[in-house]
Ligand binder design. Sequence first.
Ligand code: GAP
Length: 551
Amino acid sequence: MAEVKENLHMEKIVSLCKRRGFIFQSSEIYGGINGFWDYGPLGAELKRNVKELWWRAMTRAREDVAGLEATIIMAPAIWKASGHVDTFSDPMCDCKKCKKRHRADQLCEDQGLALTKGDNGQFAFPAGTKCTHCGSTELTEPRPFNLMFKTYVGPIESEDHVAYLRPETAQAIFAQFKNVLETSRQKIPFGIAQIGKAFRNEVTPRNYTFRSREFEQMELEFFIKPDEAIEAIHGSVATVPVSGHPGEPQPNWGWQAWHQYWVEERVRFYEGLGLARATLSFHVQTADELAHYARATTDILFKFPFSKRDEKGELKGEELEGIAARSDFDLSQHQRFSGKPMSVFDEELRNAWPRLPQARQDALWQRYYAHRQRYLTRMGVAEDAAARQATEDANALAKGNYIPHVIEPSAGVDRLILALLTNAYTETVKTDDKGRSETLYVMQFHPRVAPIKVAVLPLLKNKPELVARARAVFELLRHDLACFYDEGGSIGKRYARQDEAGTPYCVTIDFDTLGENPELHDTVTLRYRDDGRQERLKISGLRQWLLEHVR
Ligand code: GAP
C-alpha cells in the first residue's frame, strides 16, 4: 500500500471501477454527460466511509469545531461579496480551425509554456502556442469564463431572479458564522465544518473524476484571533517550528502556527486512511499564485498516475486539499455587503489592552490599522473612507473587538476517493501448473475505508446446515458492519471477487464450524485479503474482533 503507483494506467482503474460498481458515468444510457460521475454500490459505501471519517476527525473528536449543513443555492449577494461573481473564472479559448475549446492555461502548460497576464489583466498566449487537438496556431484570444452554474429561483427567468449553485461550501460557513457562534457557545479559536456538494462549470473536465463539474467538498473554516490580539494578550505569538507538527494548540498561537498545525493534522488524516507519506507531496503557493487575501496556502498533493513529473522524472502530484490562511477577508466582505457585524468581543483582549505600555498599544494599533486599511483600499473603498473605517476598526480592537481570521483546510471528497482507489489497486499475474495465466486484482484499501468490511461465505451452497450457520453469522455481523453474504461459485472465486472489492476479511463457515472436528466447533476460518493468511476464530468473539480491526 505504501508505494507510489508510478506506471499504472488510469484505464485499468477506470475499468475496474466500472466492472465492480465503484464509479459509473452519469447518464450512461444516454451517452453520458461530460464531467459528471455516479458512485455505484461499492463507491457509495467508500464515499460514505470517507465522509464519516472526516466528520468524526474534524468535529466529533474535537471540542473546538461545530458542524453545519447549508443549502446549495443561497442569496446571490453571497457570491458578489465573496468575489465569485466578478473573478471566479478560468481563461478559455477556441481553436478557429477544429473548433475545439480549451482552458488556455492548461493548453500552454501541456506544451511546456505559460500563459501571460498583462498589466490590463488580459491574458495572452506566448508565441508558438498550438491547438493540442489539430496543431493549428489559429486560436481565439483567451477570455475569462465564469465557472458558476446559473439558475433562476421562482417562475420568472430574468436577471433579477438569477441564483448560483454554490462553487464551494465555504461561503455558507461565513454567512452563518454568527448564528453558529451564538448557538454553539464556542469561543475563538473554533471552527465550523461542512461536507457538501459544490458545482463548477469546468471548461475541460479531465482525468476521470479528478476535475468534475459536480463534486463534494469537506471544508473547515477555523476562526482564530488576529496576531495583534494574541500579542496584546500573551506578549508575543508563539514561534513555529521550521517543519513538522507544532503539537497541541496553545493560546498564544498566531496564524502561522495554526496554519502549520492544520497542514500536519490533515496529513495525519490521510495517513490514517492508508495514504503513506511517500504518496503525498506539498506545494507551497508562491507570492504570484496566492489569492490577494491569502497569507499562505499549502496544497497537499497526491501522486496520481496522471500527475506531471519534475525535472528528476518523479511524479509531482495533484492537489487533494488546500490549506489556506485567508486572513479576515471573507467575514469582512460579508460584513460590508450584508451590513451585519461579523466582529466578536474578546474579554481577554479587552482586559489585556489597557495594561500594555502606551508604545506597545500604539504599535499594535498601527499594525492593525494598516492591515484593515490595505484590505479596504484593495476592495475599492475610497482612500478617506478606508482610513476612517480602518481607524474605527483599530479603535474597536483596543476595546476587545475584532473580525476573526481564518485557516481553511478544504478537501475534495471525489479526489480523495480517486486517490484511495489508485493507492489500493494492485494486480498480479498467477500461472497455474498447466501454464495458464490469469490476472488477479486486489484493492488493498485500509480496513477503515473499505466499502465491505467482511464477507460471509458458506463453504458449499448445497449443504443446508452450512448455509443456515453462515446466514446466522451474517445476521450476527451485518447490523454493525458493512457485510456481504455470498454462496455462489467456488470458494476461490468468491475470495477473488472480494479481493477486487477490497474486502479486508472473509469468514468461511465449513464442516469444522459444525463440529466435524470437535475442537473447532463454533469457529470460522478468517482469511486476510492482502496475504491470503487464514486462521480460526471463535464465532462468539468474531463481531468484537472485526469491530476492533476495521476501526
Ligand atoms: N473554499 C476553498 C476552495 O474551494 P479550491 O482549491 O477551489 O478551494 C478545494 O477547492 C478542493 O476542492 C480542492 O483541493 C479539490 O480537492 C476540490 N475540487 C475543486 N475543484 C474540483 C473539481 N472540479 N472536481 C473535483 N474536485 C474539486
